[in-house]
Design a protein around this ligand. Structure first.
Ligand SMILES: [Zn+2]
Length: 97
């Protein structure tokens, strides 16, 4: 048995968490979604470590004040898409950079 049921279940999958992870870290998710991400990450070591690497990367980039914030955000988004590539065949219709 796995818990991969989407219909009507509030439980998020790792793929979904990874998609919104940056937004979650930026605290710009809707409260309902944010709570689900939080509880997923509390239970999922994989997503927890992904979240921690995002946070570390973001902190590192923040320290380099020579780059502007827009560039930082863009690089994080590209990083995130690369993480999701391969496991998400249908979710990212945009061409890879
Ligand atoms: Zn997960």
């Amino acid at each position: 048995m796995n818990d991969a049921h989407t219909h009507g279940h509030p439980v998020m999958h790792c793929e979904e968490v990874l998609i919104v992870l940056q937004t979650w870290i930026d605290e710009q998710l809707e409260e309902a979604v944010s709570g689900q991400v939080t509880s997923h990450i509390e239970r999922c070591t994989h997503c927890d470590s992904e979240a921690k690497s995002y946070i570390r990367l973001k902190a590192a980039l923040r320290r380099q004040r020579s780059v502007c914030d827009e560039v930082v955000v863009e690089r994080l988004q590209i990083f995130g898409r690369r993480l999701c590539d391969g496991s998400l065949p249908d979710r990212h219709p945009e061409p890879p950079c």
